[in-house]
Design a protein around this ligand. Structure first.
Ligand code: OGA
Ligand code: NI
Length: 356
């Protein structure tokens, strides 16, 4: 590297204005800390995106029709094994709750910088904070994205006053809806693994939620950077709300596939921790977000990752192990997983560290 990257990264971080600050200042050439290594860009040019669709699963009538529920469980099993990703429609969260959440996140990121800067922090103990690039000091190139995060990793308790005024009511409603949906999906995933419906919930997989409220400003040079680098998720499960702009891609059979936005839908994906406890039956698939000349793009990821201070040991579930299929991973605490995740750039695997 022929420049003092750390110095430039720190100068950017010290503005506390994020990528949105650069765009507001009229930046037409993206600063070099955001530019991907040339070999990475070249690799992408050789790689076509294929016109496939991530499975779309209709969740209507799952409680009322047992036959239908079995069919849905099958669809979820196949999607979780083959794609690690699916979209859900008729999931029970009213579209007004989704659009209000989006508007709230947008309002948060678009408030005057003096107000926003007060939230800017890299202290992961803070329940609510704003940061640009959680791995800013570790990654080779920064992403064209700012994120407001809400952490319920230590406890479920959240007083409305702890939330930014700009998105308070919408966030409370969305958290309630997505948490209930998470419980339902964990039931279906348990059944898809051949376990009792409450198995994953009893393991507290649906506890310890974290919300990443992303803001991807329009990018003047989208071919040189990414909105989010390729990564797999540090969670059991992620439920993602995205707007209609698009840019999310999943790596499927070594090719990038666009996750087409569908109005009113939510994207669900298997995270590293579910790949581990399912002993590789379900796959935590790599995904990324392209930068775009059009923006802002808004998305909200809800990660279910168990309470950070949990004393439970997680490893492959007994029922997932047999003589033919020995355990692939050792047991560990969630806190150990999280510490490891944050010690590396997001584009390196969080799984290897726990392989036997
Ligand atoms: C994430 C993620 C995708 C998006 O937050 O882990 O993959 O569309 N987000 O913002
Ligand atoms: Ni992700």
């Amino acid at each position: 590297m022929d420049y003092d990257r750390v110095k430039e990264v720190k100068a950017f971080d010290d503005t506390k204005a994020g990528v949105k600050g650069l765009v507001d200042a009229g930046t037409m050439n993206i600063p070099r800390i955001f530019i991907r290594p040339p070999e990475e860009i070249a690799q992408d040019l050789n790689c076509l995106t294929i016109p496939l669709q991530v499975p779309v699963i209709d969740l209507s009538y799952i409680e009322k029709d047992n036959h239908r529920r079995k069919g849905i469980v099958d669809e979820i099993r196949i999607a979780s094994e083959k794609w690690g990703f699916f979209q859900v429609v008729n999931h029970g969260i009213p579209s007004s709750v989704l659009s209000k959440m989006m508007n709230g996140v947008r309002a948060f990121h678009e408030q005057p910088s003096e107000v926003k800067q007060q939230f800017y922090s890299r202290d992961r103990m803070k329940k609510v904070r704003l940061v640009s690039n959680s791995d800013l000091y570790l990654s080779r190139s920064a992403n064209w994205r700012d994120t407001m995060s809400i952490s319920l990793l230590l406890s479920d308790h959240l007083h409305p006053d702890e939330l930014p005024l700009a998105c308070r009511d919408s966030t409370i409603e969305y958290i309630k809806g997505v948490s209930e949906l998470g419980d339902t999906i964990f039931e279906l995933l348990s059944e898809a693994l051949g376990l009792k419906p409450n198995h994953l919930r009893d393991m507290e997989c649906s506890k310890g939620r974290g919300f990443a409220c992303h803001y991807y400003p329009a990018c003047p040079e989208p071919d040189l950077t990414l909105g989010t680098s390729k990564h797999s998720d540090p969670a059991f499960l992620t439920i993602l709300l995205q707007d209609q702009i698009g840019g999310l891609q999943v790596l499927h059979e070594n090719q990038w596939v666009d996750v087409q936005p569908i109005v009113g839908s939510l994207v669900v994906n298997i995270g590293d921790l579910l790949q581990i406890i399912s002993n590789n039956k379900f796959e935590s698939v790599e995904h990324r977000v392209l930068a775009n000349r059009i923006g802002p793009r808004i998305s909200v990821a809800c990660f279910f990752r168990a309470f950070a201070a949990s004393s439970k040991l997680y490893g492959p579930i007994e029922e997932m192990i047999s003589e033919e299929i020995p355990p692939v991973y050792r047991e560990f605490l969630v806190s150990e997983y999280i510490t490891n995740f944050h010690s590396k750039p997001i584009d390196t695997s969080g799984l290897d560290h726990f392989k036997l």
